[in-house]
Design a protein around this ligand. Structure first.
Ligand code: 13P
Length: 357
């Protein structure tokens, strides 16, 4: 294990009020999002879109690390420059998604277990040689009647911990992502209860598998009411419930908590992150940061729609969301910052946004 290097990278990922940009959608997920907007679902369209993202002027001022997909880490700009060179030149740390997806879990109707441990040691070695310094693995936990089950929770927590141990052995910082899904009618209190149990189980497994907490990042969901729950709590209530849950479960040795957005609109994700930092920042042992995909990318994707002419406007939308989240880390975000008319549409409809996944 490379303890000093891992600790240094983990700290850098959450330093200077920056955060992570998840741009690691698998091809099927990317295709779903492209199809909704009439963008061709081709290798070239994905390459062009990822070129748009990484060449966004000033990206490195707000983004500390970018999480790529296997296809993207091997792609180039139109002029032949590797995308990973563009990112490293911008001072952005390279990350890579290494799970191979959440698959139906045998004997557990309605639940999934994330796969990808077979051959992982060799894949991590290759990614490390390519320049990756951190990795991501996402587990998904559905909330429902009797869900998540103990079997689903434990299988996913153990896989996350084994992945994290392999990452650290290879010198990569593991971003550990257990996502309690927003889909459903459940209350915020039920989400809190489930998230608490999930995080307890995950940290127990991280301990059992000898993962060094100082050299990892936790990527959890915020504690939210289900998308179709009639009662939707205020931004401050969400901030309080989320931080209370994290304080009960996340050891102080972990340097950073970088939230996923999970289908929240960009504005709500920024506002909730902001509220947590306003109310608690000076009293927390870990940094509260972001690792958003949709909450940073969605407005840009909607503007781009596969058209070269839309690239500058799309990049402006992307950098705007990235900056809003940096400001939210400082606790200085205000909705008045959302003054660009291009950024409406799906942002007002979180149910539809979540469905784009
Ligand atoms: P969202 O922010 O769109 O939830 O994506 C984060 C992520 O990386 C999921 O694995």
């Amino acid at each position: 294990m490379h303890a000093p290097g891992l600790i240094d990278t983990a700290r850098k990922l959450v330093a200077d009020d920056k955060g992570l940009l998840a741009m690691d959608e698998s091809n099927p997920t990317c295709s779903k999002r492209f199809a909704k907007l009439g963008i061709p679902q081709t290798v070239e369209a994905r390459r062009a879109y990822r070129e748009l993202i990484v060449t966004t002027p000033g990206l490195g001022e707000s983004i500390s690390g970018a999480i790529l997909y296997d296809e993207t880490i091997r792609q180039q700009k139109k002029d032949g420059t590797p995308l990973i060179k563009v990112l490293t030149d911008a001072g952005i740390i390279l990350g890579i998604k290494v799970d191979t997806g959440a698959k139906s879990q045998a004997g557990h109707p309605g639940e999934k277990v994330t796969e990808g441990l077979d051959g992982l040691r060799d894949r991590l070695k290759e990614y490390s040689q390519m320049g990756a310094r951190f990795a991501k693995w996402r587990a998904v936990l559905a909330v429902g009647d009797g869900l998540p089950s103990r079997g689903c929770l434990e299988a996913n927590a153990q896989a996350l911990a084994r992945y994290a141990a392999l990452c650290q052995e290879a010198g990569l910082v593991p971003v550990v992502e257990p996502e309690v899904l927003m889909a459903g009618e459940h209350t915020l209190e039920r989400c809190r209860e489930v998230t608490e149990e999930v995080l307890r189980t995950v940290f127990h497994q991280l301990y059992v598998q000898r993962v060094m907490l100082e050299g990892m990042i936790l990527k959890p969901n915020m504690v939210l009411p289900g998308l179709t729950c009639p009662r939707q709590e205020t931004v401050d209530e969400v901030a309080d419930a989320t931080v209370k849950c994290l304080l009960r479960t996340v050891p102080a040795a972990v340097p950073g908590v970088a939230f996923l957005s999970g289908g929240q609109s960009g504005e709500l994700a920024s506002a909730r992150l902001n509220a947590m930092n306003v109310r608690f920042k000076t009293r927390l042992p870990w940094a509260l940061a972001f690792s958003f995909a949709r909450a940073i990318q969605q407005p840009a994707l909607e503007i781009w729609r596969g058209e070269e002419a839309n690239v500058p406007a799309a990049q402006q939308a992307l950098i705007h969301r990235a900056r809003c989240n940096c400001v939210a880390r400082l606790g200085e975000y205000h909705t008045a910052m959302e003054n660009s008319p291009e950024m409406t549409s799906l942002r007002d409809n979180p149910a539809e946004l979540a469905e784009v996944r």
